[in-house]
Write a protein that binds this ligand. Structure first.
Ligand SMILES: CC(C)(COP(=O)(O)OP(=O)(O)OC[C@H]1O[C@@H](n2cnc3c(N)ncnc32)[C@H](O)[C@@H]1OP(=O)(O)O)[C@@H](O)C(=O)NCCC(=O)NCCS
Length: 144
């Protein structure tokens, strides 16, 4: 398999399969590209909202979002939140997901987070446990 690069998202990734790669998590490729670019513009203005992409021969084949939250408790500490972890179906099972998560964790640690948390379904728990996550508390959701 060709070399995989993990890096922060750039605007041209919208035309390099980013939305299509998200489809393996939830349909995103039907989003209008103009709309997608304007969403990404907004995200890129926030240094605490980071999207990491896995790229192989100029095509995005996976990604994860890291949000860094500043708190008053824990001495004004920071918490990392990982969201929207995905690897394109045809590239799964080759260590790419693990590489993306490790990159996000390294970034969160370097930017002062004392912990990083995420929600996941039971079927992907082993994936996160292999990386070092431990089960903690219950995920709760309110539908608006
Ligand atoms: C979950 C997902 C991101 C994992 O990415 P991936 O690139 O396929 O995973 P990796 O190849 O890096 O796997 C790393 C290890 O975790 C294991 N693993 C991966 N997915 C697993 C799963 N669903 N159940 C059990 N183990 C899993 C792998 O076997 C591998 O173990 P090994 O090192 O002993 O071989 C990917 O399967 C995916 O995109 N799934 C659909 C979307 C999704 O469910 N995202 C998670 C939302 S919380």
């Amino acid at each position: 398999m060709s070399k995989i690069i993990i890096r922060k998202i750039v605007k041209s990734d919208i035309d390099r399969g980013f939305l299509e790669s998200l489809d393996s998590l939830s349909k995103a490729s039907d989003l209008d590209k103009k709309n997608a670019r304007s969403i990404l513009d907004e995200i890129l203005k926030n240094p605490d909202h980071v999207i990491f992409v896995a790229v192989r021969v100029s095509q995005v084949i996976g990604s994860a979002t890291l949000l860094i939250e500043r708190k008053f408790i824990h001495k004004g500490g920071k918490v990392g939140h990982i969201e929207d972890v995905v690897v394109s179906k045809e590239c799964q099972g080759r260590g790419i997901g693990e590489k993306i998560i490790k990159r996000a964790l390294e970034y969160a640690g370097r930017h002062g987070c004392y912990k990083t948390i995420l929600d996941c379904d039971d079927d992907v728990r082993p994936f996160y446990e292999k990386i070092g996550f431990v089960r903690h508390s219950n995920g709760m959701r309110y539908n608006h």
